[in-house]
Design a protein around this ligand. Structure first.
Ligand code: ADP
Ligand code: ADP
Length: 220
C-alpha cells in the first residue's frame, strides 16, 4: 500500500484540514502501527486507506492498483477483494450467529460450502470463541465482538489488514492472541496496519508512525 501526499479537508466553518500530506508505505508482510491523540485524523486516514472515504488530494495505490483514479465500482471490487477490516464498532451482524457472521464472508469470497465449516471452526478456536459459535452477534460482549471481527477478517487472507484499536476491549491474554494472529497473517504476506493508542502495539510493529494534527512522522 502506497499513499502519497494524501490530504483531507472539510469545507466546514471554519474549514478543517484533517490530513496534511500523508506519505505512507506498508509492504506485504510488514506490521505497521500509527499512534496519535484523539482528533489527530487517525479514523479519517484509516477510512481513506480502506476506500471507505475519498481524500481531497494525493494518491493511493493498493498492491499495485491505483485507487484515486478508479471508478466507484472498481474501488468496491478492490475493497472486497484486497482489504480486511477490524473496526471499533466491529460491524457484527446482531441477528446472525457468530458462525453465520463468518460464513457470510466466506460465501462472498466464493469459498465452497463444504469447506466453510472447517475454516469457521479453526478460526473461532484461535480467537477463543468456539463455544459462542451459535450465539447471536448481539449477545456478545464488546471484547467478544472484537474477536469475532478479527476472526472474520482473517478467515480469508486479505492483501491488507486495516485495524482500528484491535486490542482496545481485550484483556492481556486475548490481546496477545490477536497480535499472534496478526504475526501469522504478516508471515503469510498480509500488510498489517494498526491504528492504536496502545504503545505496546507500537513497540510490536516493524514500523511505527505518529499522527499529530494530520501530519504523519516516523516513530521508529
Ligand atoms: P471515533 O473517534 O469514536 O470514531 P468519530 O469518528 O465519530 O469518533 O468522531 C471523531 C471526531 O470527529 C469527534 O471529535 C467528532 O466530534 C468529530 N466529527 C465527526 N463527524 C463530524 C462532523 N460531521 N463535523 C464535525 N466534526 C465531526
Ligand atoms: P481520530 O480518529 O484521530 O480521533 P478523526 O479522523 O476522527 O480523528 O478526526 C480528525 C478531525 O477531523 C477531528 O478534528 C474532527 O473534528 C474532524 N472531522 C471529522 N469528520 C469531519 C467532518 N465530516 N467535518 C468536519 N470535520 C470533521
Amino acid at each position: 500500500m502506497k499513499a502519497r501526499s494524501l490530504t483531507k479537508a472539510y469545507d466546514s466553518e471554519p474549514p478543517v484540514e484533517v490530513l496534511r500530506g500523508v506519505n505512507l508505505d506498508v509492504e506485504r508482510g510488514e506490521r505497521v502501527a500509527i499512534v496519535g491523540p484523539s482528533g489527530a485524523g487517525k479514523s479519517t486516514l484509516l477510512n481513506i486507506l480502506g476506500l471507505l472515504d475519498e481524500p481531497s488530494g494525493g494518491s493511493l495505490e493498493i498492491l499495485g492498483s491505483a485507487t484515486h483514479t478508479a471508478s466507484p465500482a472498481r474501488r468496491d471490487k478492490l475493497r472486497s477483494e484486497l482489504l480486511g477490516f477490524v473496526f471499533q464498532d466491529a460491524h457484527v451482524l446482531g441477528h446472525r450467529t457468530v458462525a453465520e457472521n463468518i460464513e457470510l464472508k466466506l460465501a462472498i469470497r466464493g469459498v465452497p460450502r463444504r469447506q466453510r465449516f472447517g475454516l469457521i471452526a479453526a478460526i473461532l478456536a484461535r480467537v477463543g470463541l468456539n463455544h459462542r459459535s451459535r450465539s447471536l452477534g448481539r449477545l456478545l460482549s464488546g471484547g467478544e465482538k472484537q474477536r469475532l471481527a478479527i476472526a472474520r477478517a482473517l478467515v480469508t487472507t486479505p492483501g491488507v489488514l486495516l485495524a482500528d484499536e484491535p486490542t482496545g476491549n481485550l484483556d492481556d491474554s486475548n490481546a496477545g492472541t490477536v497480535l499472534e494472529l496478526f504475526d501469522e497473517a504478516a508471515k503469510r504476506g498480509v500488510a498489517v496496519l494498526v491504528i492504536t493508542h496502545d504503545s505496546r502495539i507500537a513497540d510490536w510493529a516493524d514500523s511505527s508512525y505518529l499522527l499529530i494534527d494530520g501530519v504523519l512522522s516516523t516513530r521508529k
